[in-house]
Design a protein around this ligand. Structure first.
Ligand code: ADP
Ligand code: ZN
Ligand code: ZN
Length: 818
């Protein structure tokens, strides 16, 4: 009888794989540890031990594992349970969940690419022999596959070596080279202890007479030390003494200088005043807090609906405080774009070093650090704030989950699998930990509000802004009329321009909101009407003024701006539609004295791009900020008095059953950026449809009206929350194969399944990256079992995949949120 483990491999395969292990390994291995295993003929993967047992596999001979990678589990049993739920609920494999959950540094495999970390000075003496070989190879060849590393050191088991090299910062994974790297350790120098006394120093300087550069370094260091007590960085010394690293290094080698390191934390808080008193809540906040706690007693997920600037964050803070006092961990989830330094430093004031931040702009090593801190339940990761992937962290004693801006659609992951909704998955996580879960929003999603109304969730509300600041005054401006009468200046109505002028004169700031979707500027031929298309996708190319290019937003295809029409050769080309770039340009023309900034995907690339613009605006270096949905979230600007919505219609016209709900949310949120202090703010919404019901609801803050109407519609057309839905997407490069496949599948669904099946239909963009797409939507009545439906669909997929021609068709599921 042998010993075996079942291993989850980070690949989309249904089952886990069984490997054989030695007697000794059997005593060491536990579920949640990582092992390096061979797979197929040549591949090596990092897998997660799922179970240790003595049952050999029936269908194949178990291979041996290569190596243990951990001394202790890095994934705990609650996580495994949670991930199994995610795989089953969102119809994907456990391996796909593992791949999405773990920082990639935890999942080295034969296909991983590594490169030298050029930001780090390597001391070759620190390296072990095998490490040195890899390091040396990377001097000659900039990129190595893990497989190649294996050949270089003539060993199969290279993952542990690479892991060491990663930890020592000597290599980085290829995928993260473009991220800005911030070293964790900063190098400092001081004069060797021996030279403390003055006469020793003189002796030293004498001895360095023939090495002027070296003596220059020593003198400079002496001066710097005299000036302040602060430690002196190597880089600082190098600059001040006007020498090179090599000179400093030779002094270090002679022990004239001593080198030391100070660990700097990745998230630099600056001026942290640990644990300052939290604010006293006002009566509305207090009563909300009481309601929430009452609901928590009944173990209920609870919704806090509070208008923008009502002080929801301060209520969260009280709950977090209590949670941490009990020695439990707290998770604070936010949409990625709301995760700003503003919010972090605000929480930092109260919770100081107990906060860990986790999101996608952090590099792999930083994420590994947070993972380890949470795993070991360290004090410095008691409160984790992060975007959706933070719910994958190894919490062991979670007491509270907060999902802020719970209505945000970016909580849903669309690609790759698992296609989960982080709010919903976080609720399940909370249940597994018996933790309290609070959802917060000024504009709850229809689903959540429905759950609150029907008593499934607890509910409480704050209807006033903190400090009795008034809600901004909202005004709809009809630009259809204005356009007809030719009274628009570019995209600006007279009304908006007037308000802008006044605001600037009063020394206040302005936000102009331009929806990201639907208004990308296109190039159009004035002679024949042709608009250039992407060769790989069924969409028009959009015009980027900044680079003078045409680009595809789906696949990244780009070409230089043509001088004449591709179709007819005419040179009369015009740009149609308008994006943030266009608006910015117009604003500069209209208000030449104002300082204008722009915030969109193009201007916020890189780790700190976003912060820079926010800080500039916050410190009033900018008067007007033009931006997309990015600026609607969680930002608290004190001096903004006017918000202009350039065009509300593109939001409304989006072909999606949530379009109206989203429009309400977005416009309310963006309006919420206006007048957050004593002076009442103003919001101008330009539209071609001033009588549209949703716009009226926005201007009168009629959330209830919006909710009722939307719910009626959803009931009528069988959408969530009244029904449940699953969308099945088919993807293939051959148009005919795709059509046949989708027809086959829908036929099988219709004959097997009682619910409503819609489609197959092409999505608005029916070809992306040369792959054709088609959807089927399955609507499931609440009385039907969702699990049973999924099992049926899975069974149909099995027979489908048995048809040779369909095997290469990709089948993708989206559950609940489509
Ligand atoms: P929301 O998250 O609901 O939009 P915030 O929590 O950002 O609102 O609060 C809006 C503003 O009011 C913030 O500047 C915050 O510091 C302030 N504020 C909220 N509650 C209090 C309180 N109890 N005492 C003092 N200031 C408060
Ligand atoms: Zn033309
Ligand atoms: Zn394309």
């Amino acid at each position: 009888m042998g010993n075996f483990i079942n291993v989850i491999l980070p690949i989309p395969l249904e089952r886990s794989f069984t490997y054989s292990i030695t007697e000794e390994e059997a005593t060491l291995l536990q579920p949640g540890m990582r092992v390096a295993v061979p797979f197929g003929k040549t591949k090596i993967y990092t897998g997660i031990v799922h179970s240790v047992h003595q049952k050999p596999p029936e269908a194949y001979e178990a291979k041996e594992i290569h190596q243990l990678l951990d001394d202790y589990p890095i994934i705990n049993p609650i996580q495994l349970k949670h991930w199994e739920w995610i795989a089953s609920y969102y119809m994907c494999t456990l391996g796909e969940v593992v791949r999405s959950a773990l920082p990639s540094a935890f999942l080295l495999e034969s296909e991983t690419l590594v490169v030298r970390n050029t930001e780090y000075e390597v001391d070759e003496n620190e390296l072990l022999d095998d490490e040195f070989l890899v390091f040396e190879a990377l001097q000659h060849q900039s990129i190595l596959k893990v497989q190649e590393v294996s050949a270089i050191i003539e060993r199969k088991n290279v993952l542990p070596i690479l892991q060491r090299l990663l930890e020592k910062k000597i290599i980085v994974l290829k995928e993260e080279v473009y991220e800005q790297y911030r070293p964790k350790l900063v190098r400092y120098v001081k004069l060797g202890a021996e030279y403390d006394a003055d006469e020793k120093l003189e002796e030293l300087l004498n001895s360095l007479k023939r090495a002027p550069k070296q003596s220059q370094v020593v003198l400079t260091l002496f001066q710097l030390q005299g000036r302040s007590q602060k430690p002196i960085k190597v880089s600082e010394l190098e600059k001040a003494s006007n020498t090179s690293k090599a000179v400093i290094k030779s002094l270090v080698d002679k022990v004239v200088l001593e080198e030391y390191f100070i660990k700097t934390d990745r998230v630099n808080f600056g001026g942290s005043s640990d644990d300052s008193e939290t604010k006293d809540l006002n009566e509305y906040q207090t009563s909300a807090l009481i309601d929430i706690k009452k609901a928590f007693k009944e173990k209920k997920v609870t919704l806090l609906k509070g208008v923008t600037s009502s002080g929801k964050t301060e209520v969260y803070v009280k709950l977090i405080e209590e949670c941490l006092e009990k020695g439990l961990q707290a998770l604070y989830l936010l949409p990625e774009i709301a995760l700003t330094t503003q919010l972090i430093s605000r929480l930092q004031e109260y919770f100081g070093e107990k906060i860990a931040v986790y999101h996608s702009k952090y590099n792999v090593q930083e994420r590994v650090e947070v993972w380890q801190n949470v795993l070991q339940a360290k004090p410095k990761a008691q409160l984790v704030i992060g975007a959706r992937s933070a719910m994958y962290l190894p919490f062991s004693k979670l007491g509270l989950v907060i999902v802020d801006e719970e209505h945000e659609s970016s909580f849903k992951q669309f690609d790759p699998a698992p296609r989960y909704h982080a709010r919903d998955a976080a609720i399940v996580l909370g249940n597994l930990h018996s933790a309290n879960v609070l959802l917060g929003s000024a504009t709850p999603s229809v689903e959540t509000y429905y759950n609150a109304k029907t008593g499934k969730y607890g509910f409480t509300e704050i209807t006033r802004r903190y400090g009795d600041v008034l809600m901004p005054e909202m005004e709809l401006v009809d630009i259809k009329e204005a356009t007809r009468k030719k009274r628009m200046k570019g995209h600006f109505s007279e009304r908006l321009l007037l308000e802008m002028q006044e605001t600037l004169i009063e020394g206040n700031q302005i936000i102009l909101f331009q929806n990201r979707r639907g208004f990308a500027p296109l190039l159009e031929c004035l002679t024949c009407g042709h608009t250039p298309q992407c060769p790989n996708c069924d969409v028009s190319l959009t015009y980027h003024q900044f680079r003078n290019q045409l680009r595809c937003h789906y696949c990244g295809h780009h070409t230089a701006l043509p001088e004449s029409c591709f179709a007819c050769g005419s040179p009369d080309l015009d740009t149609k539609g308008f994006g943030t770039e266009q608006i910015e340009k117009e604003v500069i023309g209209l208000f030449p004295d104002a300082k204008v900034g722009r915030m969109d995907l193009d201007t916020t690339r890189g780790k700190h791009g976003y912060e820079k613009i926010i800080t500039a605006f916050e410190q009033q270096e900018l008067d007007i900020l033009v931006g997309t949905q990015m600026l609607t979230k969680g930002l608290d600007f004190r001096n903004v008095n006017l918000v202009g919505v350039m065009n509300a219609d593109s939001l409304l016209n989006f072909p999606d059953y949530r379009a109206h709900e989203r429009t309400y949310q977005l416009l309310t949120q963006v309006s919420g950026r206006a007048g957050r202090t004593k002076k009442r703010g103003k919001v101008i919404i330009q539209t071609y449809n001033p009588y549209h019901q949703i716009l009226k609801q926005v201007t009168t803050s009629d959330y209830e009206g919006m909710y009722k109407e939307q719910l009626d519609e959803r009931a009528q057309f069988k959408y969530p929350p009244v029904n449940r839905i699953i969308k099945v997407t088919f993807k293939h490069k051959n148009y005919n194969v795709l059509n046949e496949a989708a027809d086959w599948f829908v036929g099988a669904l219709r004959s097997n399944f009682g619910g409503t099946v819609l489609g197959p239909e092409y999505p608005p963009v029916a070809r992306i990256r040369n792959q054709y797409l088609k959807h089927i939507v399955v609507k499931v009545e609440k009385v039907q079992s969702l699990a049973q439906t999924k099992a049926n669909i899975r069974r149909i997929e099995k027979s489908f995949k048995a048809v040779a021609m369909y095997r290469s068709v990709r089948v993708i599921y989206n559950v609940d949120h489509i």
